[in-house]
Design a protein around this ligand. Sequence first.
Ligand code: ZN
Ligand code: ZN
Length: 378
Amino acid sequence: MNNTEYYDRLGVSKNASQDEIKKAYRKMSKKYHPDINKEAGAEQKYKEVQEAYETLSDDQKRAAYDQYGPAGASGGFGGGGFGGGFDGSGFGGFEDIFSSFFGGGGGSRNPNAPRQGDDLQYRVNLKFEEAIFGTEKEVKYNREASCRTCHGSGAKPGTSPVTCGRCHGAGVINVDTQTPLGMMRRQVTCDVCHGRGQEIKEPCQTCHGTGHEKQAHSVNVKIPAGIETGQQIRLAGQGEAGFNGGPYGDLYVVVTVQASDKFERNGSTILYNLDISFVQAALGDTVDIPTVHGDVEMMIPAGTQTGKRFRLRGKGAPQLRGSGQGDQFVTVNIVTPTKLNDGQKEALKAFAAASGESIQPGKKKGFFESIKDALEGE
Ligand code: ZN
Ligand code: ZN
């Protein structure tokens, strides 16, 4: 399959990085933004650019699009019916982009235009194993939601907002000023409706005309297996209510994974340190090794040296973007015994003799040698 339409819309190549995509998106959406570009067809182009970016900025949707085209990107890849694709990219993509349009002071923007609500961030702590196998969490938070009394209109139930008599719904009015260069016409936000284009004669008593109210809200978040600290899941529409009929913002669930007292994890690889005796190392042994998938038997070959690393294939964490399973690495550390009983001492001396090794433990040393040892021991 060769789906390049979305890439063409942004004017980037098929292997463009997320950074390049974001940059191209900014450029194109500024170019065609209906508040900036009044040419026929600009609005359509703007929508097409939005659509392309929504897919290409999400690694999972992008991969689906590359393989299956637009149908693949929109269907079946979201998590748990929230439409929330996994998004491992850095924070602030959207806010960042929108602030350049909607951030204060932009005289050309239409204050009347629908605007998406704010994004929210929620931090969730996961146990080590939860991150490996995936889980589902209910997250509860308060958010600015559409007012239930007036359904977001801001008008008292039984009444409805009416078109603003001053600006006739435009949200802006023209002000003429005499200057030395002649008459100057400026557009300013309507002072009656404050840009909404509609006047509320009798405000809703719950939200006092804002159309928003704080509500307790909860969603179930599917945490994908293999997630790591700092990664986030975007749940579309679970942020705060929009303005002027705009959509809800998104919720970003940011994950922190707790450490394990047994294992360390690096992506899909799990690391485990195993202490063994020098007898086990010399003669070899079969030992039970804990893994997140349960204990497995591992053979230590005779003559194993300290620091030797063994691989337990497939006993690591799943790969987040793929179907593979990582490995567990077991690093062997040979522990020298610190206290020996007489029997053990005799056995070791016999071992030394059998090896033809001449050792002189506890031999009286001269004064200078003792000093040297003490210094080196520091
Ligand atoms: Zn209300
Ligand atoms: Zn008005």
